[in-house]
Design a protein around this ligand. Structure first.
Ligand code: ATR
Length: 282
């Protein structure tokens, strides 16, 4: 690391933050591009978030990422929030402007979409229905990204149906149809893309219990879980010959706009970066 007295500063705020792969990810780019800058993990309790965000400009920070549990609370703490982040109801990237104002963005949906477009280039958003399993925080960003990309119908399936109904109403989208959890395998008929946005399949969690029998053979399967990289869902999809996209790319691509804004270099997502970040999971 090359750090001068003029080093550009950014970091990630979470509680806890020790699990975050973002320092490793941004650290790799800083080193690769030889940038005079640092990206640090910052453990901040929810009750201290407002105070800490206000102090960042005074400390000379260019911005930060926000992770669990701060993304939703941060919306009200920004001076300005981009429309896209407001619709998602969460901020994951803060850019500090020259005058110290906090500008909130959400790049999770962009990261999700870019990951699919790069790794499954034959998938065309307007070409048919998409099924999203899960209605938590991650699903919100994914749904907005899919809507904006022109997906004609999104089937939303969640164990707790009320949460899916509430989410669909909040997003005010005619294209979202809520399907009952019991009918999740039927919800795979005629779709072009299946997304698991739940925590099922993650290390220590049960797998997603879903029969792929009705999934069209051309459909792409994406899991946002990346630990393990090959979840039981992706393994089952590979066995049936589907194109699969793992969850690590979403993490990598969501980081691109922040890095560019803070450090002035558009970074590239490469295999080497993937390897470096994966080492952090072991
Ligand atoms: P995130 O912010 O990562 O999306 P979250 O907001 O806690 O995390 O959402 C977790 C998602 O996984 C939810 O859709 C949740 O379903 P419920 O709304 O019914 O809780 C889903 N999930 C977690 N454990 C589950 C399980 N055992 N069976 C089915 N769905 C599960």
């Amino acid at each position: 690391m090359k750090l001068s007295g003029q080093a550009k500063l950014a970091g990630v705020i979470g509680y806890p933050v020790a699990h975050s792969l973002s320092p490793r990810l941004h650290g790799y780019w800083l080193e690769y591009y030889g940038i005079d800058g640092a990206y640090i993990p910052m453990t901040v309790k929810p009750q201290d978030l407002a105070e800490c965000l206000r102090i960042l400009p005074k400390l000379g920070f260019r911005g930060c990422n926000l992770t669990v549990p701060h993304k939703e609370a941060a919306v009200a703490l920004m001076d300005e929030v981009e429309e896209h982040a407001r619709r998602i109801g969460a901020v994951n990237t803060v850019i500090i402007e020259q005058d110290g104002r906090l500008f909130g963005r959400n790049t999770d949906g962009l990261g999700f979409l870019e990951n699919i477009l790069v790794n499954a280039p034959a998938w065309l958003p307007p070409s048919g229905p998409v099924t999203v399993i899960g209605a938590g925080g991650a699903a919100r960003a994914i749904l907005v990204a899919l809507m904006d990309a022109g997906v004609p119908e999104i089937r939303l399936v969640n164990r707790t149906a009320e949460k899916a109904e509430k989410l669909s109403q909040e997003l005010g989208a005619d294209v979202i149809r809520v399907w009952p959890w019991q009918k999740r395998s039927e919800a795979l008929e005629d779709i072009t893309l299946l997304v698991n946005s739940t925590t099922l399949g993650m290390n220590g969690q049960p797998p997603l219990d879903l029969s792929l029998d009705r999934l069209p053979h051309k459909a792409v399967v994406n899991d946002i879980v990346y630990a393990p990289l090959k979840t039981p869902l992706l393994a089952a999809a590979v066995a049936r010959g589907h194109t699969v996209v793992d969850g690590l790319g979403m993490l990598l691509y969501q980081a691109v706009p922040g890095f560019f804004a803070w450090f002035g270099q558009e970074p590239e997502v490469t295999d080497r970066l993937r390897q470096r970040v994966l080492e952090g999971l072991q």
